[in-house]
Design a binder for this molecule. Structure first.
Ligand code: B12
Length: 248
């Protein structure tokens, strides 16, 4: 078994539902830099200077509670945290992804390859280049088997692995269910107005650029199991007919 075959087998056995590989040449022009104020996307080389291959894994999100976010911003707003105490924020699915990806990083490191996991490169575009799926009208990566009901993580490594073909089909066709269903009308085909997305509003309770009508919808729509946690909105995922479970 080659190292590539071995890693793919490991990834699937650890619970990822798909895995694809690309190299630096195919990932040169990934989206990069600050996305609104949400995150600073980095290139694979910024993450690991001698990187040769990038593995992209998807994990199937079969329950809404995987979208639970626990955030200490609210404690700071109530002066319980001082500016010297760092804000903490956890998302359940990110913790699961990291946990599973560590196995692959360890496997590669033990074989002498420098490797690290990354959530900071542009995972959707990289996912297309690694052959996992296409970018849909909700802007998310849509996979043939699970639609957009997946979350992504990458492992960067100095090992030269066998690469997969990029995904070239458009799975959306004429469907616009996600555009119609979005509670705040944040979506246009393949584009999002970030400050209208309920996930942005929930993540940034003090952001001034969230319009009042969006804040009102947030109060009705976002479930808060505890004062410091909320379940992120997934409407544009749930309505997607691709890979929709028959019970949903
Ligand atoms: C920033 C961010 C957000 C921001 C901005 C969202 C956005 N679409 O950019 C906010 C906070 C709003 C957000 C919300 C959500 N997010 Co988010 N987010 C990210 C993050 C960190 C970066 C996304 C990014 O690259 N944006 C940059 C812009 C430039 O990328 P883009 O949307 O792909 O823009 C391109 C397209 O518009 C394309 N384009 C333009 N015109 C056309 C035309 C055609 C035909 C095509 C094909 C393309 C195209 O060109 C643009 C430039 O390349 C990623 C994690 C990561 N490291 O990648 C997670 C990520 C994308 N989020 C994810 C999820 C699940 C969500 C939410 C469902 C919330 C939740 N429950 O987790 C919502 C969904 C909202 C939505 N429909 O996008 C998952 C998506 C999984 C998947 N199936 O793709 C990711 C990958 C996290 C993960 N680790 O799995 N998110």
């Amino acid at each position: 078994m080659t190292l590539t075959e071995d890693l793919k087998k490991m990834a699937l056995e650890s619970g990822f539902v798909s895995v694809g590989i690309s190299n630096l040449n195919m990932l040169r022009d990934l989206p990069h830099g600050w996305i609104s104020t949400v995150c600073n996307l980095r290139s694979p080389e910024e993450e690991l200077s001698s990187v040769k291959s990038v593995m992209l894994m998807s994990y199937y999100v079969w329950d809404k509670s995987f979208n639970l976010a626990v955030d200490s911003t609210y404690l700071r707003n109530r002066d319980i945290l001082t500016p010297k105490v760092p804000l903490e924020s956890y998302q359940l699915y990110y913790e699961i992804l990291k946990n599973k990806a560590w196995g692959l990083v360890n496997h590669l490191t033990r074989r002498g390859y420098e490797s690290r996991l990354s959530l900071n490169i542009s995972l959707k575009t990289a996912g297309v280049r690694c052959g996992l799926g296409c970018q849909g009208k909700n802007t998310l990566l849509i996979t043939p088997n699970y639609g957009p009901r997946i979350r992504l993580i990458s492992v960067l490594t100095t090992a030269e692995l066998d690469v997969d073909e990029p995904f070239n089909d458009d799975l959306c066709g004429g469907c616009e269910r996600c555009i119609i269903a979005c509670p705040t009308k944040a979506l246009k085909p393949y584009k999002i107005r970030i400050n209208r997305c309920l996930t942005y509003a929930a993540e940034k309770p003090l952001a001034q650029d969230v319009p009042d009508d969006v804040r009102k919808i947030e109060k009705r729509h976002i479930k808060r199991p505890t004062p410091n946690s909320y379940i992120e909105c997934t409407t544009c995922i749930e309505v997607c007919p691709i890979g929709k479970p028959s019970s949903a």
